[in-house]
Design a protein around this ligand. Structure first.
Ligand code: PLP
Length: 322
């Protein structure tokens, strides 16, 4: 059954005048705790909810990066991470990109990998990353904890934009960081409490509702993605098709930026919109956001729940415009 929604910002002390289970919502809140327990069980760790994926990354970096330290971030990974780290440069944050299929640079003080990376869909070398002296953060948004549990691969933190497949319906922003180390959990909790990077009760409640169907959604989205990735790899207008063998995101290249624009604006069932992991299939050219970080002709396809034949027919007619 659904947990009751509790929008309280504060709760009464008990009859002896002492704090009860909940005191003030910036510290703990029942709907957030409920969703954290559910995600923690999926991740094999203890989870903390944040108001967005970027909020979670911000809290992790503020907590774990030593002042003046270097973050080694996977190239071809979510561009917002690199933008955030560059934005924090005045505070002494130094970001370098590296090929996550190999070892991180020796001088890294914090390592941010992505499994699989968005939109280049590479997988990290977990062994090389966890052999490094620096702590390892793994963003596994595109895999979900149902397909990949970074904490079992030696990562210190598993990160998700819960905005995506965990919620699944394009109707909320949220982020989650999960850890196994209790001391790190406490430090992250303190950062969240003091910075106020706190998700609302409504967000937590809606995310928990999304989690009730995440398994069946991912099974279907992934089965469809496998079929579409196979078709795309054989289509004459597609120069490169990437699919990491799991999950619901495919990226593929057509000749150039103009061809990509023609394809993304020609789909009918498939929506031309950003984001991924929802019940609605979406396609977009990533060059518009990422510039030279990805090929001009790259299209990212996030596969939803629609019928596979309908989706392929839609892609075929759009690719005919190339
Ligand atoms: N990580 C990945 C892989 C993403 O794709 C995104 C957003 O697209 C984020 C993190 C940031 O998440 P949010 O938009 O919830 O802040």
């Amino acid at each position: 059954m659904s947990a009751p929604l509790d929008r309280s910002a504060s709760w009464p002390y008990d009859t002896a005048g002492d704090p009860a289970s909940y005191v003030y919502a910036r510290d703990e809140q029942p709907n957030a705790v409920s969703v954290e327990n559910r995600i923690g069980a999926l991740e094999g760790g203890r989870s903390l909810l944040f108001p967005s994926g970027m909020g979670a990354v911000t809290a992790v970096v503020l907590t774990m990066l030593p002042p003046g330290g270097t973050i080694a971030v996977a190239e071809g990974a979510y561009y917002g991470h690199r933008e955030l780290f560059d934005h924090l440069r005045p505070w002494g944050v130094n970001a370098v990109e590296y090929d996550q299929t190999g070892a991180p640079p020796d001088d890294a003080d914090l390592i941010v990998i992505e499994a699989p990376s968005n939109p280049m869909l590479t997988m990290p070398d977990f062994e090389a990353a966890s052999a490094h002296r620096a702590a390892v953060i793994c963003d596994a948004t595109l895999a979900s904890p149902l397909r990949l549990r970074p904490l079992e691969f030696g990562c210190d933190v598993s990160l998700h934009s819960a905005t995506k497949v965990l919620a699944g319906h394009d109707d909320l922003l949220a982020g989650v960081a999960s850890v196994t180390d209790d001391a790190l959990y406490d430090r992250l909790h303190t950062t969240r409490h003091l910075t106020g990077l706190v998700a609302s009760a409504d967000t937590a409640w809606l995310l928990e509702r999304g989690l009730q169907t995440v398994e069946v959604r991912i099974d279907r989205m992934e089965a469809t993605a496998r079929v579409l990735a196979g078709h795309l790899a054989e289509h004459p207008a597609v120069t490169t098709a990437r699919y990491p063998g799991l999950g619901f995101v495919i990226s593929f290249d057509v000749a150039d930026g103009a061809a990509a624009r023609r394809v993304e604006t020609a789909t009918k069932t498939i929506r031309n919109a950003t984001s991924l992991g929802s019940v609605h299939t979406k396609v977009e050219s990533r060059h518009r956001w990422e510039g030279d970080r990805c090929p001009e002709g790259l299209l990212r396809l996030s596969v939803g729940l629609e019928d596979v034949e309908t989706l392929w027919a839609d892609l075929e007619q759009a690719l005919a415009r190339v």
